[in-house]
Design a protein around this ligand. Sequence first.
Ligand SMILES: [Zn+2]
Ligand SMILES: [Zn+2]
Length: 149
Amino acid sequence: MQTADEHWQLVLDEWDRLQTRHPMVLGTWTIERSARLKSTLGMAYPGTRTIRIAEWLLRQGPVSQIVDTVRHEAAHAWHPDHSKAWKNRARALGARPSATSALRNESDYWVAWCPDCETAMGYWGSEPRRTRYHNRAGCSHPVVYRHIG
Ligand SMILES: [Zn+2]
Ligand SMILES: [Zn+2]
């Protein structure tokens, strides 16, 4: 069982990954944790370009739902609704393309980690079989997979 702070670090890792991939859109957005969100997992606020992740979700997990929520809210940076366009964007970001927040009953979640740069490179709902390499300027280190929840 991980703490809310550890879960928040996963959020920041995933957010960093999404921003790096989509700097034109997500580069101007910020993400924060919120103790005020009670009945929702997260919210996107286009006016202030802010995404908020519920503190209760960070305490409770599971990791799969937390990562899914980050991607779900990030897709709202393109589309404020749950239209077909939003669904396509959510899917492209790796989120479940659904407006509802039914918790997935997966307890098997893995993060790909570059031990050289100490950065997270993505999350998987099962143990990945393929060996991946960090493909960034100056680093081609093989990534390791860590079981996180
Ligand atoms: Zn939504
Ligand atoms: Zn690296």
